[in-house]
Write a protein that binds this ligand. Structure first.
Ligand SMILES: Cc1cc2nc3c(=O)[nH]c(=O)nc-3n(C[C@H](O)[C@H](O)[C@H](O)COP(=O)(O)OP(=O)(O)OC[C@H]3O[C@@H](n4cnc5c(N)ncnc54)[C@H](O)[C@@H]3O)c2cc1C
Length: 397
């Protein structure tokens, strides 16, 4: 590798989509992934209308629509009273270019991005290759990585750390990961169960301090995601033994379901103390993590990716000064700290922990009003809009 090339650490959706953006702009990229293959654990599934323009520009949207499902209905359910408040993206027609969401497992999205990436010249993805060291000088970065017990040293002009919440790159840069860890654990399950035959919308938030959940359609063929929470003090190794009790207490009808996949997760609200250190830039969960209520984690990471790949490509090609990457770091950190993280925290409290009747009633009053007023509903449904920050190459007024 030489100094005009970029090493992307991590073949998660953010790393691969950033690499694709760079490669489409003519930059040579090498993606290093610690694991032997793409991760398949059940994680993000919702792509808001706000990110679909970015995916479309990268040529990914058609494949995402083929692999996933276009969704339009959202519902808020209050378990204790049976109240249901419904929104429909149809009200967004004429307001936004994509008046719908796409639901699709992030493993499928990463796979689509990988295939698009490898079709471009000057691209390489090495699986089973873990980054262990980073040294910077005035001209570039030397990355140390290990594959099959063999150490290698690679040279690049720039490095993107997209290596997830436990980012080694962030650690090697000596950056703090400031914030909090929630006392609850989330359990993400993929199950086959006909929720839609029981009045559930494409995406549902069930408000309940004991059985709160986020339930969303994954593929239109009967596969659904149900994410609920439990006390993190319970032993993690016996999560699977407790899953049947959760579904026995919450599933309607004959309760016959098939558990396809599940995974327990710790939840955090954290951001790196800086998103840039010299020639290394952080993106996605390496830069910021949030609890997944509201689906704002990968959404934030995709918005990082869209502006970063464009700006970094301009820097590599000599069309922009490197200070544009400081603006990236500031804009994206602010969008996370001021909007994504507080909103996800408020949603988590409402869905999973709301014992305060006054707070719940306040939120429900707002939702009921929006359900009856298309203009208010438009604002509520454009949930991802404040997470987006403008292109860094657009001259500021
Ligand atoms: C239950 C759940 C549901 C969620 N639902 C949503 C949702 O609907 N919408 C949403 O927007 N977000 C959601 N999220 C959040 C979303 O999953 C994350 O934001 C997303 O995975 C971030 O992608 P990433 O590419 O930054 O990191 P990751 O997906 O974590 O990828 C990082 C990659 O880096 C690799 N790596 C790590 N260390 C190294 C190393 N040293 N060298 C090389 N490679 C390395 C890892 O193996 C991994 O492949 C959810 C999360 C959870 C837990």
């Amino acid at each position: 590798m030489d100094n005009n090339k970029v090493v992307v650490v991590g073949a998660g959706p953010v790393g691969l989509i950033t690499a694709l953006g760079l490669a489409r702009a003519g930059v040579e990229v090498l993606v290093l992934e610690r694991e032997p293959a793409l991760a398949t654990s059940p994680r993000a599934i919702v792509y808001y209308g706000g990110v679909l323009g970015g995916l479309d520009r990268l040529g990914l949207l058609d494949d995402a629509l083929k692999a996933g499902v276009r969704t339009t209905t959202v519902q808020f359910l209050v378990r204790r009273t049976g109240e249901r408040i419904a929104f429909d993206h149809d009200v967004l027609e004429g307001h936004v270019p994509y008046p719908y969401n796409v639901n699709l497992g992030q493993d499928r999205m990463a796979d689509i991005a990988l295939r698009h990436l490898l079709r471009l010249p000057g691209t390489e993805v090495r699986f089973g290759t873990a980054v262990t060291g980073i040294e910077q000088d005035a001209d570039g970065v030397t990355v140390t990585a290990e594959a099959d017990g063999v150490l290698m040293r690679l040279r690049a002009g720039w490095v993107v750390g997209a290596d997830g919440a436990g980012s080694r790159v962030r650690e090697l840069l000596g950056l703090d990961f400031e914030g909090t860890t929630w006392p609850e654990r989330f359990v993400a399950t993929n199950i086959r169960f006909p929720y839609d035959q029981h009045g559930y919308a494409d995406a549902n938030m069930v408000f309940d301090p004991e059985y709160g959940a986020v339930i969303a359609k994954i593929d239109g063929k009967g596969l659904w995601r149900c994410t609920y929470s439990e006390d993190a003090a319970l032993p993690v190794e016996s999560v699977h033994e407790r899953i049947p009790a959760y579904f026995a207490a919450t599933l309607p009808g004959d309760q016959r379901y098939e558990l396809v996949q599940y995974s327990p997760y710790k939840m955090h609200q954290r951001a790196a103390s800086a998103f840039r250190s010299g020639r290394v830039v952080l993106a996605g969960d390496a830069a910021h993590v949030t609890n997944p209520t509201g689906g704002l984690g990968l959404t934030s990471g995709l918005f990082d990716s869209f502006v970063l790949s464009e700006a970094l490509a301009a820097v590599v090609r000599g069309e922009s000064g490197a200070e544009v990457l400081d603006r990236y770091a500031e804009d994206r950190r602010r969008a996370f700290q001021e909007y994504a993280s507080p909103l996800a925290s408020a949603l988590k409290q409402l869905v999973f922990g709301c014992r305060d009747e006054t707070m719940l009633e306040g939120a429900l009053t707002g939702l009921r009003r929006a359900a009856a007023d298309p203009e208010l509903q438009v604002r509520q449904l454009m949930v991802s809009q404040p997470l987006e920050t403008p292109s860094l190459l657009t001259p500021t007024a």
